[in-house]
Write a protein that binds this ligand. Structure first.
Ligand SMILES: [Fe+2]
Ligand SMILES: [Fe+2]
Length: 274
């Protein structure tokens, strides 16, 4: 099973670049093209939030048009740049797994790995939250899974990453959340977005994973006290490959043209080779 993870499209209305300079719509189109070019194709695609930049209906029309180009099932969760009601109204017709009201949580049982989408949005705020009610919902779903391999995906990372600019806004988590995750070793990953760059760490006995964005990235800055800046480093698709023998292995596939695939040189006349 191959899960492709895309994150943080930040789609804008036609002709309006994000932050005045980033053509996020073109980047989204390239990301979808890159998924379509994968061989083998992923079994499903998850999109970990910030599908659009300002939560506008016109932005979601573009998002939905791009997602509709994917032939495989696609599962979306909202981020802080999304607006839950607009998100649900625009995407629910083509995404029948989305709940009709309340938090946009759901479970997908159609694959060898269970997928649990969690809604971390706090309306009107940049930060996210896993409150007691969301933790209780997740606890019930994990119990129902009876130890089946599981991936949880959400927008806001529920862990600090040691980068000051990012750690001002991790998800506020309920006191029991980490312990709940730790009680379920079948959780292969907690997949997130929001930070617009690849990050991995140990979290509550599993692996916390942050995917890069499909457009702009957040520049890496490990100096204390600095603020986030964005940078046009290469976007990427995260590919999480499940095989019974190896479990879940995460790869990063940059989006863009990096030239042809070439064989390693086997010529005995290669200078220096004896
Ligand atoms: Fe974002
Ligand atoms: Fe975000």
């Amino acid at each position: 099973m191959i899960i492709a993870q895309l994150s943080d499209f930040h789609v804008r209305p036609h002709g309006q670049p994000a932050y005045g300079v980033v053509d996020t719509n073109a980047a989204t189109r390239q990301a979808i093209d890159a998924v379509l070019a994968l061989d083998p194709r992923p079994d499903c695609v998850i999109v970990t939030g910030d599908l659009c930049d300002c939560g506008l209906p016109g932005e979601y029309e573009i998002v939905q048009r791009e997602l509709a180009r994917l032939p495989m099932p696609t599962y979306v969760v909202p981020g802080n740049h999304d607006r839950r009601e607009t998100f649900a109204a625009a995407l629910a017709p083509a995404h029948g797994y989305l709940p009709q009201s309340g938090f946009l949580h759901y479970v997908v049982e159609d694959f060898p790995v269970r997928l649990i989408g969690l809604d971390t949005v706090m309306a009107g705020e940049d930060g996210g939250e896993i409150c007691a009610a969301r933790e209780a919902w997740l606890a019930e779903r994990l119990t129902e899974g009876q130890g089946h391999p599981t991936v949880i995906f959400m927008h806001h990372p529920p862990f600090a990453v040691g980068v000051d600019g990012m750690d001002v806004m991790p998800a506020r988590v309920s006191p029991g959340f980490a312990a709940l995750i730790a009680r379920h070793p079948e959780i292969e990953r907690v997949l997130c977005g929001h930070y617009h760059r690849p990050i991995q760490l140990r979290f509550a006995g599993t692996i916390g994973y942050v995917a890069p964005g499909t457009a702009h990235q957040v520049a890496l800055d490990l100096r204390p006290g600095t603020e986030n800046r964005f940078i046009m480093e290469p976007p990427a698709i995260a590919l999480h490959v499940w095989k019974p023998r190896t479990g879940l292995v995460s790869h990063l596939q940059p989006i863009g043209d990096y030239g042809p695939r070439r064989p390693f040189i086997l010529d005995p006349a290669y200078p220096g080779r004896q």
